[in-house]
Design a protein around this ligand. Structure first.
Ligand code: IFM
Length: 442
């Protein structure tokens, strides 16, 4: 069958880079190799948090199948592999004794990438907090930035010289707001004070990690934030005000902290009373200069006024076609964030799309045409953003392969490669082949 053609490497500027992403807990098989317990394990083991109480104990068994997986990435024609390191695999108690098998695994993995001509783009934290630290309050505890800095140093003394890029923390909004205010992710809190502290400590931890890595002489350090286009559900002033509050919490809080050294007034209205005392002092390291910013983008949200309690918004269903997650497909949002972020926060700093993709109820014998059309529309949004002056230097698709989609377990398939979760067989989908057709051209 002839596949619809996507924008190819030749459509982008000459040194534009393409890649795929995964994360440790979602693919490795956390039950193996001496990794310590994490707050995701206990969150998943608690009734009602995760579909069928599934966890990452086996996942895609990448721990044992990593060579096959790296071959798939090489054969796709990717330049970059964005992966994450599991804190609990390296330091099972979060601090103290290193699990040598864990560090050895990442050592081999990175060498495997380099041997295949792939640039290793590491993330230090993609959501699996060691339980021993969660027991002490995790991200709510003001000691987190020090624990995170120590973890960073342990990892980077061994691996730092072979990494192409590093981002400390994937998606600060998910780590803090989604997990401590909305309770949808581990640790499942719904507490405004915990959320405020987690939001600030995530940024403070980011800054401390950057300091450690600069101290080791490392370069190409960045941050990865997620964004959702905030659209008013109707044209009433109250819907517009609700949309502005949503946008400030989701899309502006973290960028404003990182690049402007302050938090937006619309967020401080609700959170200032709950932030740590003297939180301003931490902006000195939170604003440590970066070499790039990564944007993760999937969808939009329609907002109207909520029940009166801050932040006083609620989401309503929108009219556009939706993915398997129920997320509306809105590529205009990606163009908006790429151009707006450069204008408002980052200037000429290189930008990367560090995640973009869709979940679809794929059948391994049928082409995933919906994903092809999603990728096509979002790659074209990137091209338009470049034409409009955004300093976009790369696009990384989420995800290499079907994996553990957190509270949704194994049901939602984001992969370019199909994974049979019984046999663990990998089968590239039509989207993989279509991308490869345009990415292998060099
Ligand atoms: O699977 C997640 C990933 O871990 C972080 N960004 C969004 C993806 C899709 O929900």
């Amino acid at each position: 069958m002839t596949l619809p053609s996507l924008p190819t490497r030749a459509d982008f500027p000459p040194d534009f880079m393409l890649g795929v992403a995964t994360s440790a807990y979602q693919i490795e098989g956390h039950g193996q190799g001496g990794a310590g317990s994490t707050h995701w394990d206990t969150f998943a083991a608690t009734r009602g948090n995760v579909i069928r109480a599934e966890d990452g104990a086996r996942a895609c068994d990448h721990l044992n199948r990593w060579e096959e997986d790296l071959d798939l990435i090489r054969d796709l024609g990717a330049d970059i592999y964005r992966f994450s390191l599991s804190w609990a695999r390296i330091l099972p108690e979060g601090r103290g004794t290193v699990n040598a098998a864990g560090l050895d695994f990442y050592d081999r993995l990175i060498d495997g990438m380099l041997a295949r001509g792939l640039r290793p783009a590491a993330t230090l934290y993609h959501w699996e907090l060691p339980s021993a630290l969660a027991d002490q309050g995790g991200w709510v505890n003001g000691d987190m930035p020090h624990w995170f800095a120590d973890y960073t140093e342990t990892v980077m003394r061994r691996l730092g010289n072979r990494l192409w890029s590093v981002a400390p923390i994937n998606e600060p909004w998910c780590v803090s707001w989604l997990s401590h205010f909305e309770g949808h992710h581990a640790p499942g809190l719904r507490d405004i004070r915990a959320a405020a502290r987690a939001m600030h400590h995530v940024l403070s931890s980011h800054g401390r990690a950057i300091e450690v890595m600069r101290g080791l002489g490392m370069q190409n350090l960045g941050a990865v934030c997620n964004f959702e286009a905030a659209l008013p559900a109707n044209d009433t002033p109250s819907a517009q005000a609700a949309t502005a509050r949503y946008d400030a919490i989701y899309n502006q809080f973290f960028l404003s902290g990182l690049f402007h050294g302050r938090y937006p007034d619309l967020v401080l209205q609700g959170l200032e009373a709950h932030l740590p005392q003297n939180y301003h002092d931490d902006f000195a390291h939170i604003t440590a200069p970066l070499d790039w910013l990564g944007l993760n983008y999937y969808t939009c949200q329609r907002l109207r006024e909520g029940n009166g309690l801050w932040p006083n918004y609620q989401s309503v269903e929108g009219p556009l076609a939706k993915t398997q997650m129920g997320w509306e497909i809105y590529p205009e949002g990606l163009h908006y964030f790429l151009t707006h972020t450069a204008k408002t926060y980052t200037g000429n700093l290189p930008l990367y799309v560090t995640e973009n993709g869709m979940a679809h109820a794929d059948h391994p014998d049928q082409p995933d045409l919906a994903r092809l059309s999603y990728l096509d529309a979002h790659l074209r949004a990137c091209l338009r953003a470049i034409e409009d002056g955004a300093p976009l230097q790369g696009y990384i698709a989420w995800s290499l392969m079907d994996n553990y989609e957190w509270a949704f377990g194994y049901e939602k398939r984001f992969g370019l490669v199909h994974v049979d979760f019984d046999s663990l067989q990998r089968r590239p989908k039509a989207s993989y082949h279509a991308l490869a057709n345009g990415w292998r051209l060099r």
